[in-house]
Design a protein around this ligand. Sequence first.
Ligand SMILES: [Zn+2]
Ligand SMILES: [Zn+2]
Length: 230
Amino acid sequence: MNRRLRFGLAAIPRDCLLCGAGSGGNALCRACRNALPRLPAARCPICAVPTTGSAICGACLADPPFFQRTLAAVAYRFPVDALIQASKYAGDLGAGRALGELLADAIAADPAPDIIVPMPLHPARLKQRGFNQALEIARPLAWRTGASLVTDACARVKDTPPQASLPWKEREKNIRSAFACRKDLSGKRIALVDDVMTTGHTLNEAAKALKKGGAAQVHAWAVARTLGEN
Ligand SMILES: [Zn+2]
Ligand SMILES: [Zn+2]
């Protein structure tokens, strides 16, 4: 009940967002969920990039990121990309809810963190967009795990151009020092939530700020993972 009210019941279609079939109160029906693009079973436990044999990938061995583990629900391909675009740019709450449900299923078997931190937007971007889609995705995760949702643990202090608008090799530099931690996070086990993980640079920079704030552990939780170049 609580979950429905918070998403705004009137705005949410009762049937599957993708095919219109009855979905038993979920955003997507079982058939559509089962047909979503999966990630390969063998992937790096740290950054979730496809590997041969589930070993830690060369990039993580050479330069370990500030997060220790990545959990991603699905591959960033159609129709997941369309759901993410609808949630991010059209403010589609039903799409946001679908993404949250997918991620909630993907993290269900893992121990709950102490706190859940949605990837922050820069205040200027938040004002322009009116909402943070990572927060919408994170809400059902907090309800399912019982972990507290903390939106002010780390702030985006640099208003950088969107990563997707930049060539691959400029993305790491673009996001460097974009986050600052504003809380004492000593000893906390944190799940950092975002919609898409592409190069992992954004998650890594935010994780770095959380670690500076004292976090004992940061896990990256992303709805979708790209399967291209890491
Ligand atoms: Zn469906
Ligand atoms: Zn890796």
